[in-house]
Design a protein around this ligand. Sequence first.
Ligand code: J2J
Length: 543
Amino acid sequence: MLEHCVPWPAEAAARYRAAGYWRGETFGALLTRLAAAHGDRVAVVDGARSWTYAELSARASRLAAGLRDLGIAPRDRVIVQLPNAAEFLETAFALFRLGAIPVFTLPAHRSSEIVHLARHCAAVAYVVADEHAGFDYRTLAREVVARAPGVRHVLVAGDAGEFTPLDGVRAPEPADLPGADPADVALFQLSGGTTGTPKMIPRTHDDYLYSIRASAEICGLTPRTVYLAALPAAHNFPMSSPGVFGVLHAGGRVVMAAQPAPSTAFPLIEAERVTLTALVPPLALLWMETARTTRHDLSSLEVLQVGGARLGNEAAARVPGALGCDLQQVYGMAEGLVCYTRAGDPQEYRLTTQGRPISPDDEIRVVGPDGREVPPGAPGELLTRGPYTIRGYYRAGEHNAAAFTPDGFYRTGDVVSRLPSGHLVVEGREKDQINRGGEKIAAEEVENHLLAHPAVRDAAVVAVPDRFLGERTCAVVVPRAAAAGAAAPDAAALREHLRSRGLAPFKIPDRFEIVTRFPVTGVGKISKRELRRALAARLAPPT
Ligand code: J2J
């Protein structure tokens, strides 16, 4: 396995192979197999473009050969920051075929995240679109290459400016490519995180393909499936649960939506006869609201998956009536474990639980503060290990010691209760993270950026309840004592400060509260619990 990654113990790996979970196939080989089986079928639709499986495979090989000619080698890390477009799949499979390792970042990430990641994994290349959603990624790329000089190539889909156009990289002919070891890292996902910097999640061909194959089966995907990629395809949910890769695995069709708003998604559902898509709860609410008055025909939609944050029971019950399709709840994490409600589950479970794990070999422990398992049905922290859950983050020895138990269970930081049927209900969270409608924000990361402001003495970032997003972010800031006559910072100044530091826009707090001191616990630490309670009482809309 790639250096600085934590492999599964040999005994566990042997067990997962013997059970048939890890099959020794790579993503590159998978696409070859798919092209042979479904060559003339359409794999991906993006606006006016559509590529068959044979075309996608040929393009991926030609791009892989071109990347190799640029000097990109097996195991090199390549930061990929592409919106939902056909090139997303082409680039991913080109890197898989070459044995280079994509680091999938979100279109919303900015220099703070990209520079950190590029340095942390010594990335040699960065792949972006020219523009997306009003943002020019070439500007970002200029900053990235200046601050992370190891990035030798910037490849741009579209108008490349001074950089290398992706279109010019493809070799005229596919070539023999080195390929990859199925037990090695195929790609990096990013952790929602709880620490000062985003953590990188190494996923192997073996483990990720198992989760994709099993997800496709649980979700009943077939070559008839038409999947709308509405959430950013780089995120683990629309990538693998079963997501774009699961749909390709089943021989289905992926329809790329540039953004998830109903104004973009509804016409695509109608035109492409979409059968399946995945959303986070706030978007599901928006879609339900918009569907009331839409003139678009959504009748092809069979299943709406909702996950990434807790969908309220009341909203869950409204999905079938509002959108004319079944609801599937998905509770997953880029670190591994994914739970689904199943079509055959009793209705009550489909509406009120977040499903049960993919694999019979997903080990689940629900523990109290003392680390001992709580009685069935009682809430506790979820710990898990299994055939597609990582044993450690990339280059994160110290953090790994806290994030995993000595016997390899991942501490999810989620508070769940487990029903006798094995279904999990997500009750809350212990980790210091804000889940802003499915977008994860590590409090410490934003706090560190705030502390870098010269007029800030202390800062705490906490969640406040929000009817639409579930949670919004509030930064509570203690200014330095009227520092030599300098004005105390206000919300606008702090917002601008965070923006200028290149923080992804979704991490910039919705609200700032300037206070003179924090509530402290008995041992003198900030009591975030107290802060949350005080803010919730003051800010929450009356229910
Ligand atoms: C409550 N909290 C949830 C749910 C995730 C499928 C689906 C989602 C993700 C994802 C994913 C939740 N109800 N239904 O990777 O493959 C919160 C939990 C969890 C964290 C993981 C997938 N579904 N969550 O959201 O890595 O707190 O993955 O630990 O972004 O989201 O976030 P992330």
